[in-house]
Design a protein around this ligand. Structure first.
Ligand code: PLP
Length: 643
């Protein structure tokens, strides 16, 4: 199927939706319009619809350079509402005895505008926040002011962290300190006594159920966080002996992020629910059952247990959780607790993307007519030409063998000084042409072609040069091979005619994307459109809202990317506005972070230029221009600027 993309006769925007699997990963938020542009509909099909190329135009009008992160704030709202409403729906339908109190773990995306939008959207359901460090708790205490909403304090804690949490209790907030390691408990009780507040305590259990997937070291016997079963008993003994049983408000576990398999989730939930029930039976009035994060998103749109996918829906996850918890509570004859989830990825992943301009491509084995047009002086070249001319469907494999042997011969001859550079160039040019022709013949073949030449597809794919850094904008792709959807933002009504991979502008051969999502199995190349001289080609990398933003690094000093926040216009369903424009790092911003002083750098270069002016090698006027130029670049964007 793949090989026919370039030549598919009746290509339409529907083919593009299908090929780039847009409706499956897009969860209803993305589609293609009749112009062939990718569009976003933050509230689903019936809501407003924004042409992403209009956003591109607006960014250009604002004289902002690409790459540019775009946040669709309305998608955040939509996700938060969906999460809370789905819980509410099933709680009602099942007549469940508790309520849902979600918390957003801010480590997933701590950006203020993201947190504000989420809190605002979730206010109707008293959505709270989760912090995992002092820094996070400082901002959480300032932002989570709803007295009904929870503040959950996870992570290892020192005295300052605990005091901060207790400050929240002084303000009558529902701040729950989750004990991650046993020694935190006596410390918490001591400080609470000293500060004269009643602590709200949570216990985090280290479940034995181990998830499958990349981020599942959060559970199992060797996990970093949480109490083992004997430690839970020690903790409860301590609370009992001090008469603090009523302080234990919450039971918590976290089986890992991006849980891909519903079966594992069920097991973890059941183990957790039983533990909750046993604590109740021991006489602890635990009010909240906190299932942690882990609710996945389907980056691949494959509906499978593969690493960047998931084999269940949010609806199934929630319904199943409530149902099983209810059954176990009935069975154990304990009250049905309030349910807490710490879903971060599922809330934030869809809302942000990065718009990346492609500024060129590297093609192996193209446009060598000028070299090959010259007459041959060497036997090896003549023989290579013959292989090329005789190549047909009937002799693919032997021609491939012959061409490889000739290429080896040419290299040997070159090493001995027998073959000159021009002739060697011809041999290689012919070799790549033979490979291209083989690929073409394979593609139009009825029978299956030999496996030996199948790698040519990847070898001969174009490398699209993209103005961005994988390390900054999609670190999990580099670190774990996590997949993100990649789609051209326009020309989707045209056949994509080139098979490509994407390389970034870092000087690192890992800085590339060469695995792409697919409904069935990930693919190593992606069909893209040919580049037209003088016409920009924009692609979008999607679902970057969870973790990517915040973990991006400074490889090659590219630093933070320009960013805009898009809001739907309430009046006009086709319209939108950019509320926030946040400039990315300038070159001096990133230099300062590494202890360089831009003014000193400029002084040093100026001194060198002044020396040259003294000797007359540089004219004074030119010297001024060069000095200004250096200083101007210090202030400019770190990424490539194509004017
Ligand atoms: C990271 C983390 C989360 C968020 O998990 P998601 O899979 O992004 O929802 C929730 N709780 C804890 C304790 C975490 O460490």
């Amino acid at each position: 199927m793949d090989k026919e993309i370039a030549k598919q006769k009746d290509w339409s925007t529907l083919s593009a939706i299908d090929y780039y699997n847009i409706h499956n990963w897009g969860s209803g938020y993305f589609t293609v319009n009749e112009k062939g542009n990718l569009t976003v509909q933050p509230y689903g099909e019936t809501g407003p619809r924004i042409d992403i190329m209009d956003v591109v135009d607006e960014i250009r009008d604002k004289k902002l350079s690409f790459p540019c992160v775009v946040r669709f704030q309305d998608i955040l709202r939509s996700r938060v509402e969906l999460l809370i409403r789905t819980f509410e729906k099933h709680i009602k339908e099942m007549n469940y005895g508790g309520a849902y109190f979600g918390v957003y773990p801010i480590k997933v995306n701590q950006m203020r505008e993201v947190v504000e939008e989420i809190l605002d959207a979730g206010a109707f359901g008293h959505l709270g926040l989760e912090a995992g460090s002092k820094g996070e708790l400082l901002s959480v205490l300032a932002y989570n002011t709803d007295l009904e909403a929870l503040t959950i304090c996870n992570g290892f804690k020192d005295e300052e962290y605990v005091r901060l949490a207790l400050l929240g209790r002084k303000l009558d907030r529902k701040v729950i300190v989750v004990i991650e390691k046993l020694s935190e408990l006596p410390e918490l009780l001591r400080l609470a006594e000293e500060m004269k507040v009643e602590p709200h305590i949570g216990l985090r259990a280290r479940l034995s159920t181990k998830g499958a997937g990349k981020w599942t070291s959060s559970s199992g016997d060797s996990a970093k966080f949480g109490l083992t079963v004997p430690e839970i008993i020690q903790a409860t003994d301590l609370l009992k002996s001090l008469g603090k049983m009523e302080c234990l408000k919450l039971f918590h576990f976290h089986a890992g992020s991006q849980l891909t398999d519903m079966r594992v989730i069920k097991e973890a939930m059941n183990e957790g629910a039983r533990m909750y029930a046993k604590l109740c039976k021991m006489g602890f009035p635990v009010e909240y059952f906190d299932v942690g994060g882990g609710l996945g998103v389907d980056y691949e749109g494959a509906n499978s247990t593969s690493q960047s996918s998931m084999n269940y829906t949010m609806d199934e996850y929630i319904a199943d959780l409530i149902y099983n918890l209810q059954q176990i509570c009935k069975d154990e004859e304990v009250p049905e607790p309030h349910i807490v989830s710490e879903s971060g990825r599922a809330v934030t992943a869809h809302h942000s993307c990065i718009i990346i301009p492609v500024f060129g491509s590297i093609q192996l084995g193209h446009d060598y007519a000028d070299i090959l047009g010259k007459s041959d002086h060497s036997q090896i070249v003549t023989e290579m030409r013959k292989i090329f001319q005789n190549l047909s469907d009937a002799n693919i494999q032997e021609s491939y063998h012959d061409a490889n042997a000739k290429k080896e011969d040419a290299l040997a001859a070159f090493r001995l000084g027998i073959l000159d550079l021009e002739e060697r160039a011809k041999v290689e040019a012919l070799y790549w042409q033979i490979c291209r022709k083989i690929l073409e013949l394979r593609g139009s073949r009825k029978k299956k072609a030999a496996k030996e030449t199948s790698h040519l597809k990847e070898l001969l794919a174009d490398q699209y040069l993209a103005n961005f850094s994988v390390f900054q904008s999609a670190p999990d792709h580099w670190a774990f091979g996590q997949l993100f959807p990649l789609v051209p933002l326009h020309r989707l009504n045209e056949n994509p005619s080139r098979r490509g991979t994407l390389v970034d502008i870092t000087c690192d051969s890992d800085g590339k994307i060469a695995k792409f999502i697919d409904a069935v199995a990930p693919k190593n190349t992606l069909w893209l459109h040919d580049l037209k001289p003088g016409e920009p080609y924009y692609i979008g990398l999607f679902m970057l809202g969870a973790y990517q933003d915040i973990m991006g690094d400074m490889h090659n000093l590219f630093g933070r990317v320009n960013e805009v926040h898009v809001f739907c216009d309430d009046e006009d369903p086709e319209d939108f506005y950019l509320e926030e424009v946040i400039p990315g790092d300038s070159i001096s911003d990133v230099l300062v972070r590494l202890q360089y002083f831009p003014s000193e750098l400029a002084k040093s270069v100026k001194r060198a230029i002044d020396e040259k002016i003294k000797t007359g090698a540089i004219k004074p006027k030119e010297g001024v221009t060069l000095t200004d130029f250096y200083e101007q670049i210090l202030k400019s964007y770190t990424y490539l600027v194509h004017r």
